[in-house]
Design a protein around this ligand. Structure first.
Ligand SMILES: N[C@@H](CCC(=O)N[C@@H](CS)C(=O)NCC(=O)O)C(=O)O
Length: 315
């Protein structure tokens, strides 16, 4: 079997198995820690404006969720944002978009410095999004599914007045959808792209398009996945859909159809794109450069395709 992009996360049958999240601290309104301190005995850090830095790549769909939620909730002045270069080098994510190639707040050149300061034995992939405590320079969390939920539930004191309610009162239906969409779509495109056996790829591809067919049908009489109001689950689906034709269709071989060939999903994705907080956070140039340049085993030449035309999103 050909070596995959991530050997440690490839099973003996060629399936891509994503690594777990190493840092799972929670910033919580219930933290017993005093300002400037933490975490408390239960691992909870205090909610504190100006203390934490959200490190993202504009290319990354998991980080993109947190960018959108932070903006929708009006937390830009409360939690600062650091943006890494979309192309990693052999030491990983780097702050080469900043003056002197360092994050101006954390003073580091590579995100791995924060990971290793927190756990000197860490040898997994250094991933975004991550929230870093600016007082110690340590990573609080890289637990991307929890990060956005906590922005909604723990930081309410600092939300803007008309912030959307991204988590419905009854969460069961949304949580079930989130799980299916994660498995078959958000992570499903990676399971297609990083598979190293035909069987693993075929299974991931079939699950992905079967799920997209279900979602296409679901959206025939709904504005958003759960009805008339967009929720956290819509943000999670959006960050994969917006990358679909630009990256996943070709680079990850998710090519039964393009997004533009699903009438309901395409209309839905464009509807979201045109809302404040969504389209303005999409950077197709960084998205394409990240995937096509970084994944050498899939695209050894590193050539970045010119298409598709991003203007389709605003027509
Ligand atoms: N934390 C998760 C998801 C976040 C994630 O995969 N982020 C990607 C970018 S989209 C990343 O930081 N990758 C770094 C790497 O592969 O070295 C993971 O460990 O797989």
């Amino acid at each position: 079997m050909a070596p995959g992009q991530f050997v440690q996360e490839t099973s003996s049958t060629g399936e891509w198995k994503r690594q777990g999240n190493r840092f799972t601290g929670r910033i919580s309104r219930d933290s017993a820690a005093a300002p400037g301190e933490g975490p408390d005995a239960q691992g909870r850090w205090p909610v504190e404006p100006g203390r934490y830095r959200l490190v993202v790549s504009l290319a990354c769909p998991w980080a993109h969720r947190s960018i959108i939620v932070r903006r929708l909730l009006g937390l830009e002045d409360v939690i600062s944002l650091a943006v890494v270069d979309p192309v990693r080098d052999e030491r990983g994510w780097r702050f080469t978009l900043d003056p002197e190639d360092r994050d101006p707040v954390l003073g580091i050149a590579y995100l791995s410095e924060a990971y290793l300061r927190t756990d000197p034995t860490y040898d997994g992939r250094v991933t975004v999004p991550a929230i870093v405590d600016t007082t110690t320079g340590e990573v609080v969390t890289n637990d991307y599914p929890q990060i956005t939920l906590d922005l909604s539930t723990e930081w309410t004191e600092f939300h803007r007045a008309d912030a959307p309610q991204l988590i419905p009162a009854d969460r069961a239906e949304m949580d079930a959808l989130i799980e299916e969409i994660y498995r078959d779509v958000n992570n499903g495109v990676y399971r297609c792209g990083f598979a190293t056996s035909q069987e693993a790829y075929d299974a991931a591809y079939d699950a992905l398009f079967a799920r997209l067919d279900v979602l296409e049908d679901r959206l025939k009489d709904r504005t958003y996945l759960l009805g008339d109001t967009f929720r956290e689950v819509d943000i999670r689906l959006f960050t994969t859909l917006v990358r679909f034709d630009a990256v996943y269709h070709g680079h990850f071989k998710c090519n039964r159809q393009k997004l533009t060939e699903f009438p309901n999903l395409w209309a839905y994705a464009r509807r979201l794109y045109q809302l404040p907080g969504f389209g303005e956070t999409v950077d197709f140039d960084q998205i394409k450069r990240h995937y096509y340049v970084t994944h050498h085993s899939i695209n050894p030449t590193g050539i970045v395709p010119k298409g598709p035309d991003p203007l389709a999103w605003i027509r």
